[in-house]
Design a protein around this ligand. Structure first.
Ligand code: SF4
Length: 372
């Protein structure tokens, strides 16, 4: 198996489960975090002993709400990660909810070794935040970005959602401007999607909520893209922009189809075998079952699948095409390339291809073409 240089750690707890959320997240149960941290530490330690992993170039602590961990708990987990070995200048990202970003927490995160903070701003408008069931205000979110910066973070991402019912183009851009003015180096803008199993899914099904149409969503997306590019941010992936040198290295590794290990409840891993096949593994989803299993054995794998070398090539192309600088991952698919180029969805780029504007809008269909 190829050596692994990226590690994802999942913390599945949140103070409240937002109605649109489709992640592996649970309203925090009193007392569950300490044993979870123990189990996660055990899994990381054992993976370090058993897998060809490290030195790690990137570590991403996501959730859920990992900023609910105390500094001591974060220290404990990152100490185990250091046991695997960190490459000099490794990128270590922590996802944080605005309500948890205090100067004490910021200090603790920096001391634990975190050097990139990703703040879940989502929106700034009071109505939109209420609709999304976020527990913070717009003022809290901007204050969180400023606190992180003043406390010493020089690599900060803000996550925003567009296409939120009730937010028009002007107020969407107003929120984006306020976030940029707070001095972020990276911005992720995701469309609010309706997943059928969520409460939002149910509200849309029963007609209680009407989502904005595709045209409105695309108008917000392209207006943001233009605003970000004119503000000096590079549009490097469909939903991601960064100042030069601040692209998220952890996510880049995944889009470049490099292997990663995922630890924690429901975490996924991707390994590359020397015969060019890919192995995907996933952990037990529920936190209680995960704690039980990982504490007892250090393992929590619930299932796995192997993709043939041909299928793995298709998957690499499907994922790689999301990078807007272009990708060479589609080189083994001449027929699909020709077809997508003549449909105006891909364009030739150096020795590879890149998505056109229309291709970005239909990126899922473009990607699916490589899986046959
Ligand atoms: S805070 Fe994030 S992970 Fe937690 S429930 Fe809300 S959307 Fe999901």
């Amino acid at each position: 198996m190829e050596r692994i240089h990226s590690l994802y750690l999942h913390v599945p707890f949140c103070t409240w489960v937002c109605k649109y959320c489709d992640f592996n997240a649970y309203a925090v149960l009193e007392g569950l975090i300490p044993p979870y941290v123990e189990a996660l530490s055990r899994e990381v330690e054992l993976a370090g002993a058993e897998l060809p992993i490290g030195p790690l170039d990137t570590v991403f602590i996501g959730g859920g709400t990992p900023s609910l961990l105390t500094s001591a708990q974060l220290h404990q987990v990152l100490d185990r990660v250091r046991g695997i070995g960190l490459a000099p200048g490794a990128e270590i990202t922590l996802e944080a909810n605005p309500s948890n970003v205090t100067s004490e927490q910021v200090d603790g995160w920096l001391q634990a070794g975190v050097n990139r903070l990703s703040v879940g701003v989502q929106s700034l408008q009071p109505d939109a935040l209420r609709f999304l069931e976020r527990l913070h205000s717009g003022t809290d979110a901007i204050a969180a970005l400023r606190t992180a910066r003043a406390g010493g973070f020089s690599n900060i991402n803000a996550d925003l959602l567009y296409g939120v019912p009730g937010v028009n183009l002007a107020s969407w851009l107003e929120a984006l401007d306020a976030v940029l003015a707070a001095g972020v180096q990276h911005l992720s803008a995701y469309e609010l999607t309706v997943e059928s199993k969520t409460r939002l899914g149910q509200e849309v099904r029963t007609g209680l909520v009407r989502m904005p149409g595709d045209d409105e969503q695309l108008a917000q997306y392209w207006a943001a893209a233009e605003r970000l590019v004119t503000s000096g941010y590079e549009h490097y992936e469909i939903s991601n922009w960064s100042l030069p040198g601040f692209a998220c290295r952890h996510n880049l590794a995944a889009w470049q189809y490099r292997p990663y290990l995922g630890c924690g409840a429901g975490a996924h891993s991707m390994f590359r075998r020397f015969d060019r096949s890919t192995e995907r593994r996933w952990n037990i989803k529920g936190p209680q079952a995960y704690i039980k299993q990982a504490s007892a054995s250090g393992h929590a794998v619930a299932g796995s699948e192997t993709l043939s070398p041909e299928r793995a090539l298709g998957e690499a192309a499907m994922i790689g095409v999301r990078l807007l600088d272009g990708t060479t991952a589609a080189r083994d698919f001449p027929a699909q390339r020709t077809q997508l180029i003549s449909a105006g969805l891909l364009a030739e780029q150096d020795s590879g291809v890149r998505l056109t504007r229309r291709g970005i809008e239909l990126a899922n269909q473009v990607g699916a073409a490589f899986l046959g």
